[in-house]
Design a protein around this ligand. Structure first.
Ligand code: IMP
Ligand code: MG
Length: 412
């Protein structure tokens, strides 16, 4: 009877996949509701590792996996994803809403073309056709799942408008083969499930600061990444809203261009990137690295209505010689803890507070903490989490100390 939402509080790659897998046992269904195959949600559990692009990360927990219509699906990538998942998960229940818009090869090509045209001011997209496909949907020319199934797709407009020569007939046939076994009225199923007292988890992709309205426009993605979109996308009324779980990485990362006030100098970023394996799960690109950014997190908390937080990758900060948090920004000589509009953010200078560095944690140390609980964590680590709780005024419920499912500690 309640729909909780997992939200990324930064620029994506906060570790939402791990969090969704970890809390999945509490829910009947897991629903992806935004983005498309630009996402890469990695789950490492039971000796298996899988990066999800469209399919919700609850797959290993044998949950109902649902794709809401406000998402985008690229049938070719989805087909590969389904085939790969079959190799590691024997059975899974997957349904895709019939209203879901599809990404065609025209949009993938257009994404590249627009990035090339923009040149120095390119966004650094994942080149998965996301922006153009949400545009085609707004233009009311792109096919939805139901159009492919009924053969009701007229590609002539595409050919003229996007100036693309492509065998759309063959594409539609292939897409139909992939989608026909999964197409469903997801909205109706979800509503019934909630009416029957079941619990639902919405899994967002990307992060709050990549939201096309509230993020660092134009360096953003093209679907909403904030909690309210879960309801718009799935057609579920707000009255079913449960809690909003914010996922925040212990430091900041960003792929692609755009302002990032707390970005570290490359010499230090390199160390964190290597130990945190900060390379894009979808594109393999090295991620930009920064210290935790409190004004940005406060903003994300406000927009999403974050009820509790899950801090990931805290182990990665252990062993660094320094530990800093951007607590405010200095903008044109004034200090503020408000997150400004993107063009102002470009000028924001982070004001840091230094905390006592966390001593290096080896595998044995982490196992010790997992076994003996949060109380046994190093005092510097507990101080860091307390500092975040106090400044953000959000309860931190769990801390993640490694990619594997087991490496999770409840914060008491
Ligand atoms: P697009 O979503 O491919 O159009 O990319 C727009 C911006 O969002 C770029 O900066 C991408 O790097 C970023 N982005 C898109 N998806 C993700 C994601 O899943 N994780 C992190 N960044 C992303
Ligand atoms: Mg990712």
């Amino acid at each position: 009877m309640r729909a909780d939402i997992v939200i990324g509080m930064q620029w994506g790659d906060e570790g939402k996949g791990k969090v969704v897998d970890y809390i999945a046992p509490l829910y009947t269904s897991i629903v992806r509701f935004n983005g498309g195959p630009n996402a890469g949600h990695t789950v490492i559990a039971d000796g298996r590792s899988f990066t999800f692009h469209h399919i919700p990360a609850g797959a290993f927990m044998r949950k109902k996996l649902l794709i809401a219509p406000g998402m985008l699906v690229n049938p070719e990538i989805l087909n590969e994803e389904i085939e790969s998942l079959k190799k590691v998960a024997s059975e899974f229940y997957l349904k895709i809403d019939i209203r879901t818009s599809l990404i065609t090869p025209a949009e993938v090509e257009l994404d590249k073309k627009i990035e090339d045209l923009k040149g120095a001011s390119s966004i650094g997209t994942t080149l998965r056709g996301i922006g153009p496909a949400y545009s085609s949907k707004a233009l009311r020319i792109s096919p939805r799942v139901s159009d492919v199934l009924s053969g009701n797709f007229d590609a002539s407009i595409y050919k003229k408008l996007y100036n693309i020569e492509f065998d759309f007939g063959a594409w539609v046939q292939k897409a139909k083969k992939t989608l026909s076994g999964y197409a469903f009225d997801v909205r109706e199923e979800l509503l019934k499930s909630l009416e029957n007292g079941e619990k639902v988890l919405f899994e967002s992709a990307q992060g709050t600061l990549l939201d096309p309205i509230y993020g660092t426009y134009p360096y953003v993605t093209s679907s909403n990444t904030t909690s309210a979109y879960a309801f718009v996308s799935s057609g579920i009324p707000f009255k079913y809203a449960g809690k909003v779980i914010g996922v925040l990485k212990a430091y900041t990362t960003r792929v692609g261009k755009g302002p990032m006030p707390s970005e570290m100098p490359e010499s230090l970023a390199k160390t964190v990137r290597e130990s945190g394996k900060e390379y894009g799960a979808t594109t393999g690109r090295p991620r930009r690295i920064g210290w935790l950014d409190l004004p940005a997190l406060k903003y994300a908390k406000e927009i999403n209505g974050i009820d509790e937080a899950f801090i990931t990758k805290l182990d990665v900060l252990s062993g660094l010689n320094e530990l800093k948090v951007a607590v405010t920004y200095a903008i044109d000589g004034k200090e503020t803890d408000r997150f400004p509009s993107p063009e102002v953010l470009e000028r924001a200078q982070p004001v840091y507070q230094s905390l006592e560095p966390i001593p290096k944690l080896g595998t044995d140390d982490i196992s010790h903490i997992i076994k003996n609980g949060w109380i046994s964590a190093p005092v510097q680590m507990k101080n860091y989490v307390d500092f975040i709780e106090e400044n953000l005024r959000v309860k931190v419920s769990y801390v993640s100390l490694g990619a594997e499912r087991e490496r999770t500690v409840k914060v008491d």
